[in-house]
Design a protein around this ligand. Structure first.
Ligand code: ZN
Length: 681
């Protein structure tokens, strides 16, 4: 449950960017980075500065890990929804082979819909998790599918083209069928009302009882129950279908393992080889104890330049927060920028000791917090095409307690966001005055990255559960509370004089850029990501609303923060930054108490009161103001293309990298080269 997704990046100063830019970086303007724009998404490319300076062995290792990162792609589609692979393959066939008029509005809408399916790894919005509906007609769909030769369609055994169309039409067009991928609404059966494919025919009560019976409260080192399986009912019995090489998703997992084997053979050092081989072992056996062993090796591997995440990792897609979606990020350390995070992590104990949290909930000894800034070389699975900007793993609480965690900020991705956001007019439209705009220009990029560092490296790593508290005690509120905890830790400390003392910030005012942006986002501008009439669902967004609205309310009598109107438009005004910091500290103490004691009732009350509801009048105002800017609130990425160059003996002598592949081209190539699962699994 540990990753940071960017909130709306505001524009930043060119000069501020140049200061952070490595000399080898090519200079490109914003348009070079924007590959495509449709619906609410803008697709960007990202640079990989420093790749060409790596050794041949490191490049080769990256190449194999990159291939492993792409091979799990189908898994995520199937995890997100059982019909996704059938839908995607049907749409891809239509796109490539249909003989229909391509100069119509229907075709234009079809292309947008297919791009959205690729962007969300299925038919539910990647962030809001609502099903999005096609803008083309049912007649068009039927005609287009019928015009494709049947052998290029994903027909099941004995299925006719007509039957395929009849099956998919209501799934695509009926807004009431499987409307939500991850339902978080209080007091509903979260499994029966969610379209995600982690459970089949199982009620929430049954699943909770099933896993509840496995847990032993006195087990100090519990495995992550349910992490790598689908729970189904067979002959009335609950059974886990485990994701492993000879189990569910085996055809894709065996290809992942094929490339991991090659990677292991060129590992940088024996420790890294052990990491990769233990992961292979886990994929082979599906044994969650082996997964924990792998996590421990991985968190201990600090010497390697190249690193990766590959596997069933984050649990945001499961309404119960147990089952993990497949993802991969391959990366190498940005040595220069890592000096910043090393300063933070080497002071981790000071931050823990001085936080405003009750002593009973603090870690006496902060172990093995390591943080680095990385350059991503490949995004796969649930990290593609939309990705986190920071990651903190592993997720298992006892491994974090006993072995520490690794925390990363993905700076070539944040850099791409920032370049693309230059000159959009966003800050001018939503910030109160030139003072805030100027603060953002001066310090926005710096404090944003620093907040991410603090969130990942210290925030998630801080605090402890009281003995006997179940790590899943907060249930569906757990993700929001955990993200709030990490964000608050970052907010509290980004304003601390210690950061100036450590030379991480240039002066005592720089943090105000982050405070203003956070409050503006949490109270106003993140609403641009919500459709009219909908509530806030996604846990990072809930967390930001929770924090911003709570401090607004608690500081109201002293007018610490206000919502003020100017020319009929609502703005955030921060009157007292120091008092605001105090409020962040108070909330951090309470959120940590909730987490440490597993206070489900308090978590529920807090989240439902502050994090979910949307004021329809304010929402409309924000959407209208945002619409005039013609921006897309979400960003996705295309990956670079890596090509091995061989010598006469067939040995790799170089890996070249290119950045020219388009969004459609890339997805069609991935569909051709990295699609190994049956249509239904
Ligand atoms: Zn986080």
């Amino acid at each position: 449950m540990k990753r940071t997704i960017t909130y709306l990046m505001t524009s930043l100063l060119l000069a501020g960017f140049a200061a952070c830019k490595p000399a080898s970086e090519k200079t490109s303007g914003p348009t070079d980075y924007i590959v495509d724009q449709f619906a609410d998404l803008q697709i960007l490319r990202y640079d990989v500065p420093g790749f060409n300076e790596l050794s041949l062995e490191q490049k080769e290792l990256i190449y194999y890990l990159n291939e492993a990162a792409l091979q799990g792609r189908d898994i995520l589609y199937d995890q997100n929804y059982r019909h996704n692979l059938c839908i995607r393959r049907t749409l891809e066939s239509v796109y490539q082979y249909a003989s229909v008029d391509k100069n119509t509005e229907d075709w234009k809408q079809f292309e947008i819909y297919l791009k959205r399916v690729w962007a969300s790894n299925g038919i539910h919005h990647h962030y809001a998790t609502d099903k999005f509906l096609p803008g083309f007609s049912q007649t068009f769909f039927s005609d287009a599918v019928s015009s494709v030769t049947p052998d290029s369609l994903p027909l099941s055994e004995g299925e006719t083209v007509e039957a395929l169309i009849a099956k998919l039409t209501p799934i695509l067009f009926d807004p009431t069928i499987d409307a939500k991928r991850v339902n978080q609404a209080a007091d509903q059966d979260l499994l029966m009302t969610s379209a995600a494919n982690y459970y089949q025919g199982v009620t929430q009560a049954e699943a909770e009882a099933f896993y509840g019976a496995m847990k032993n409260p006195s087990d100090e080192q519990p495995v992550s129950y349910g992490l790598n399986s689908r729970l189904v009912k067979e002959n009335g019995q609950l059974v886990e279908q485990v994701w492993k090489i000879d189990g569910l998703y085996g055809p894709a997992i065996s290809k992942v393992v094929y490339w991991l084997e090659k990677a292991a053979a060129v590992a940088e050092n024996p420790k890294q080889e052990t990491v990769i081989r233990t992961l292979i072992d886990y994929y082979t056996t599906g044994d969650l104890n082996t997964f924990d062993a792998y996590c421990i090796h991985w968190v201990e591997d600090l010497a390697s330049r190249v690193d990766f995440v590959n596997g069933f990792t984050e649990t945001y897609g499961d309404p119960l927060g147990m089952k993990a979606s497949w993802e991969s990020i391959v990366n190498f350390k940005n040595e220069e920028a890592t000096k910043r995070t090393e300063i933070i992590s080497s002071n981790a104990q000071w931050f823990e000791d001085n936080s405003p949290v009750d002593k009973a909930y603090k870690k006496e000894t902060v172990k093995g917090v390591t943080a680095k800034v990385i350059t991503a070389t490949m995004l796969g699975g649930d990290c593609y095409p939309t990705t986190a900007i920071g990651i903190n793993l592993p997720n298992s609480n006892w491994i974090r307690r006993d072995h520490g965690s690794k925390s990363v900020t993905i700076e070539n991705i944040t850099m791409a966001y920032d370049i693309a956001s230059q000159g959009t007019g966003f800050n001018q439209a939503f910030m109160w005055s030139d003072t805030e705009i100027e603060l953002a220009k001066q310090y926005g990029f710096l404090t944003d990255n620093l907040h991410t560092d603090l969130h990942e490296c210290l925030g998630h790593g801080s605090g402890k559960l009281l003995p006997g508290v179940d790590q899943d005690a907060l249930k569906s509120y757990g993700s929001t509370i955990e993200e709030a905890r990490a964000d608050l830790f970052g907010l509290y400390y980004v304003a601390d004089p210690k950061l100036v003392e450590l030379s991480l910030l240039p002066n005592a005012d720089a943090y105000k850029a982050e405070y203003y942006k956070f409050m503006m986002n949490g109270l106003l501008t993140q609403l641009t990501r919500i459709e009219p009439g909908k509530t806030i669902e996604e846990s990072h967004m809930r967390n930001r609303a929770l924090i911003a609205r709570w401090v607004l309310e608690k500081g109201a009598d002293k007018k610490v923060v206000e919502l003020t109107k100017k020319d009929g438009k609502t703005y955030v005004v921060i009157n007292d930054y120091e008092a605001l910091r105090g409020l962040f500290g108070s909330l951090l103490a309470e959120i940590q108490r909730i987490k440490s004691t597993g206070d489900h009732a308090a978590a529920k009350a807090m989240v439902e009161a502050y994090a979910v509801k949307v004021d329809p009048v304010l929402h409309k105002e924000i959407l209208d103001r945002y619409a005039t800017l013609k921006l897309a609130p979400y960003k996705g990425f295309v990956n670079p293309v890596y090509t091995p160059v061989y010598n006469k003996k067939g040995k790799i002598k170089d890996i070249t990298i290119s950045f020219t592949e388009g969004y459609i081209e890339q997805h069609l190539r991935y569909a051709r080269d990295y699609s190994s699962l049956p249509t239904y699994n």
